[in-house]
Design a protein around this ligand. Structure first.
Ligand code: PHE
Length: 450
């Protein structure tokens, strides 16, 4: 019975396939769009410093905790927690994750759609000839405030996401990630080198990497932690779901380590493109928020021979990276309806995709399309509530569940299948039982009581 349901769920072809898919989930707009945005808005290098600490001390531990729940139970988040602790309210972690997944997907797909729009712009030659910062600003405002274009591309992204998810894990996710992610990586390294060699890049590098600790404040810690969960796809059960397809023989510790490292590395590289470029070509402020990447990337392409082609390639690959993340957002609720409610994948994918579509409409229109939604910054509110608070809260519950309810002893046993040594056992236990939950609880309480 168990093995039958397993084979219907599918599993990764190999450890490498899992790592590609999980890195595909982690790497996305979180690294290339959201990370530079929050760095720019929160004082630069000091944020980067806190972020790296948050990833190393908390993000990695939560990642391992999610993978271990997933692999142990081989189930979606709700089913997983139910099978460890039947009939307990802890299942709520899974439900919260499903709602969070749909909510993040709703505005994330809008952004991914805008990247698709930029891909088209690159092909059609919008950024041909001299490109100035005024021009990239205007291009962005004109584009993002056109409701028809934004909604159209949003619908395209959601359609692709739903289609891939309805095809199932193996046929869907694995095939697309294996080839394209490495190409994106090479392109990003190349762009970082170009940005760093622009005259005047030094100032940007200083802003990005030379911390001024006198600027350190609570807000930075909160956003760094939220960004760590967002970027690593943690706190909503994505890694429980992906972990559920991992083979018992695979090493969970090195898998978690690799995904964490790759994700952080790409985010740091994205910053190495954005900030030097920004300071070398004046006109755009580092705290211009969500429009930062749309304004800065066209500038760097104009500094490269054949920049049009590179720009096209870049926006296309970024779109692919975004889609490997949107499918992981949708996979969480879909896996639940398939496993627990015995829906067909197609039905689950279509219905959940539709929920995200409805919820995403006001987000799509809050980029300039509709005045009051824009003023209200609707999408940013959803991002704040779900992309920061809900993920952090979910991560907190996961720590408490693994550390205290299920118990680290059982978790360690599961981790040891596939990685007998588990040398960092003590550190992980300390982080999951004490450090991570206390740190998360502290920032959540403080942000809520103000
Ligand atoms: N980690 C993804 C990114 O950085 C976004 C994401 C968040 C995906 C949460 C799944 C779950 O783009």
């Amino acid at each position: 019975m168990e093995s039958q349901s397993l084979s219907q769920r599918g599993s990764w072809g190999s450890k490498a396939a899992f790592i590609f898919a999980a890195t595909g989930s982690a790497i996305g707009l979180g690294n290339i769009w959201r990370f530079p945005m929050v760095v720019g808005e929160n004082g630069g290098a000091v944020f980067v410093f806190v972020y790296i600490l948050a990833v190393a001390l908390i993000g990695f531990s939560v990642m391992l905790a999610e993978l271990v729940i997933g692999r142990h139970t081989q189930k979606n988040p709700v089913g997983a927690i139910h099978s460890i602790k039947p009939r307990s309210p802890w299942k709520g972690i899974g439900y919260l994750g499903m709602v969070t997944g749909i909510a993040i997907l709703s505005y994330y797909a809008v952004l991914a759609g805008m990247l698709a729009g930029y891909f088209v712009k690159m092909i059609s030659g919008t950024f041909r000839g001299t490109v100035t910062s005024q021009m990239t600003e205007k291009t962005f405002t004109d584009f993002s405030s056109n409701p028809f274009l934004v909604l159209f591309f949003f619908a395209v992204v959601l359609f692709i996401t739903t289609y891939i998810i309805s095809k199932g894990v193996k046929g869907g996710i694995e095939r697309y990630t294996k080839v394209l992610m490495p190409i994106l990586f090479v392109l990003i390294v190349f762009l970082a080198i170009r940005a760093l060699t622009l005259p005047g890049a030094g100032e940007g590098l200083k802003f990005y990497l030379k911390p001024d600790f006198s600027k350190l404040n609570f807000k930075i810690v909160f956003f760094a932690l939220g960004q760590a969960f967002f970027s690593l796809s943690l706190g909503m059960g994505t890694m429980i779901t992906y972990g559920s397809y991992i083979n018992k023989k695979d090493n969970l510790v090195s898998s978690a380590g690799w995904v964490t490292f790759a994700d952080t590395f790409i985010a740091l590289l994205a910053g190495l493109i954005i900030f030097p470029t920004l300071f070398a070509i004046p006109g755009i402020s580092p705290d211009s928020g969500p429009s930062l990447v749309f304004k800065v990337f066209p500038l760097i392409f104009s500094k490269i021979p054949g920049g049009q082609i590179f720009g096209m390639l870049f926006f296309m690959l970024l779109l692919v990276a975004a889609i490997t993340s949107t499918i992981s957002l949708l996979e969480v609720p879909v896996a639940y309806f398939v496993d627990e409610r015995k829906w067909s994948r197609v039905k689950a994918a279509v219905l959940m995709g539709l929920c995200a579509a409805v919820l995403g409409i006001p987000s799509a229109l809050s980029w300039g399309g509709v005045k009051f939604l824009t003023k209200w910054a609707f999408w940013a509110k959803v991002d704040f509530i779900f992309g920061n608070i809900a993920l952090a809260f979910g991560a907190l519950l996961i720590c408490l569940f693994v550390g205290w309810v299920w118990g680290v002893k059982k978790a360690v046993e599961e981790i040891k299948s596939g990685s007998e040594k588990f040398t960092i056992r003590r550190i992980w236990i300390f982080s999951i039982k004490f450090l991570s939950p206390i740190a998360i609880l502290y920032v959540l309480i403080k942000i809520i009581i103000g």
